[in-house]
Design a protein around this ligand. Structure first.
Ligand SMILES: CC(C)(COP(=O)(O)OP(=O)(O)OC[C@H]1O[C@@H](n2cnc3c(N)ncnc32)[C@H](O)[C@@H]1OP(=O)(O)O)[C@@H](O)C(=O)NCCC(=O)NCCS
Length: 134
């Protein structure tokens, strides 16, 4: 799994208990997973169809840096299923795992599902490891 993106937990990301608000994490996961899926498929017209079970395993706090790991779980005819792990960059402790995020490629006008034209094998072949950084 590649950890491709980071965010800083800011004051307006907190809940009343002073830790990272779960709704904010979901928003971030949806955005990060969309960017990943869109890059994988080279398609912009994707909508979130399904987000499976998510368990929040640990809290994060103001000033923490969280990072997002993403990988392709399944490639369908019109869909792509993505796994996203959010972890604390400092401690490497998982904050939450969403391993069943399904995006569907739709026609921009009719908004009905359209084949995205990619296979798992093609995506595996195109996989380029980014430079590692700490
Ligand atoms: C996305 C949408 C066009 C799909 O319509 P649909 O009638 O479910 O389409 P289909 O039944 O043809 O399914 C399309 C794909 O989604 C998959 N899918 C459908 N329901 C699913 C579910 N509950 N869980 C996981 N995958 C699902 C299908 O397996 C299919 O994948 P495949 O073609 O790779 O095999 C429609 O549901 C929609 O517009 N939803 C709202 C999307 C949205 O607004 N999201 C939030 C903002 S981005």
């Amino acid at each position: 799994m590649r950890f491709l993106s980071r965010r800083l937990v800011m004051p307006n990301d907190l809940n009343f208990a002073g830790s990272l608000f779960g709704g904010r994490i979901l928003e971030w996961i949806d955005e990060e997973a969309y960017i990943f899926a869109s890059c994988q498929l080279d398609q912009k017209s994707l909508v979130t169809k399904h987000i499976g079970e998510i368990t929040f395993e640990a809290s994060a706090f103001q000033g923490d840096v969280v990072e997002f790991g993403l990988e392709t779980k399944n490639v369908g005819r019109t869909s792509l299923t993505v796994t996203c792990v959010v972890r604390n960059k400092g401690t490497k402790q998982n904050i939450c795992v969403a391993d069943d995020i399904v995006f569907v490629h739709i026609d921009g006008e009719s908004r009905v599902p359209q084949p995205h034209g990619k296979t798992k094998e093609q995506l595996d072949e195109l996989r380029i490891e980014p430079p590692s950084y700490s």
